[in-house]
Design a protein around this ligand. Sequence first.
Ligand code: AMP
Ligand code: MG
Length: 491
Amino acid sequence: MEMPSITPRFTALGEPYCLPVPARPLPAPQLLHLNATLADELGLGPAVTGSPQFLEWMAGNQAWPGYAAHASVYAGHQFGQFVPQLGDGRALLIAELNDLQKQPREIQLKGAGPTPYSRFADGRAVLRSSIREYLGSEAMHGLGIPTTRALALVGSPQPVRRETVETAAVVCRTAPSFVRFGHFEFYYYRGEHARLAPLADWVIDTHFPEFSGREDRYIAWLSEIIGRTARLMAQWQSVGFCHGVMNTDNFSILGLTLDYGPFGFMDAFASGHICNHTDEGGRYAWERQPVIGHWNCVKLLQATLPLLAETPEAALALAQPIADQYPAIYQQAMTKRWADKLGLRDHRDGDTDLIDGYLNLLDRSHADFSRSFRNLANLRTDTDALADGIRDEIIDIAAFDAWAENYRTRLRAEQSVDSERAQRMNAVNPKYVLRNYLAQNAIAAAEAGDMSEIGNLFAVLAQPFDEQPHHAHYAAEPPADARHIEVSCSS
Ligand code: AMP
Ligand code: MG
């Protein structure tokens, strides 16, 4: 059996950044789903993934050959409050390798048992939340949004106590690095500033080699992360994705979507939509995500001030302009995404009003976010005959017709060709997103022993922009009794 060779990078940093922690064995593990495409990318062919050992690695029952599992420590701002110590409380790094493109990949198990950072929790994850992370991260990948990936989903009859007793599962997930903003905050707020440079240099040397060794490397690197985060927020907004727990410990140093807990793709559009039942104040509501992304970047810059200059004043003078880049980068990325979603080729005065007007219509009508944008591709510039499918979602028809007239005028002004525009729009307005009720159906079936819906959704969400006529029902709005499924931090 040929295995990709282990290449320790993060664990080469050693303590205190990470320490060896073995996974706790999981009884009677069952491979519920394998991401065969990702396995191939990692150089894990069918001979490996089909072997009995593979299941034992994915369950945490055997160590990956030639590697000892590790956990790392971090801190973070949770709902605005600083928590000095968090860490991999239930995640373990179980391998580091190069993928077939020779790019670094870390392999983690989530739910593999307690670590020194578990605080009073059990180190486990339940099947319900594991299915959500597994499908959610791959749905985001299918949409072309930077994210951690999911390699395998393992279930077990082991009971796990949450509000009720559920069963345990482990998600095996991969990323070039799982380092978070909170890793830097940990050392900064403890006053261990000498620990910042080795970690930052590791991130730069491993993941931003273009900045490696440069005198201004920290500034270049931080600017890059701030830019990636701003662009990521624009991507989230553009597909109606709500993260739910945008704490700095859930923000990736590579600008990846990370830690899928009470996330959600919006069905009915509401700009103030809160996807996480636990987030009573709506700190992480959809419309606040871009601002929170900025706030988190400021926290990262704060934690890395000692890297920038000798005195806090001098460091702040360098950090402030980096922080100030965020709004413009976000605005530019967002404007482009909204324009793409409307099928506009260039930017003109008044386009912002056009998109705001559309969002406003959707908001007032509680129209379905994904369907409303998808269907807009059917609108024609020469007649309003085909607009019906779109108008159906809107309560204020007169307001829609007035808006559509402006939209047609705008399209004609750039000589837009309907068929070409529809093609462009369908390539950015997904037909299929992981709606809560779809995830819930897969969870209910899985809890009753039927894993097939996990595979069905996985396949549909891999091609979210394709029509997939046999799967059109996966693009339906939630049935009335499934509109208000609540998801919380309990996982
Ligand atoms: P999360 O809200 O999932 O991002 O988790 C926040 C922190 O709590 C992280 O340090 C997690 O590792 C930790 N944590 C969450 N759930 C558990 C659990 N069941 N066992 C141990 N640690 C956990
Ligand atoms: Mg987390």
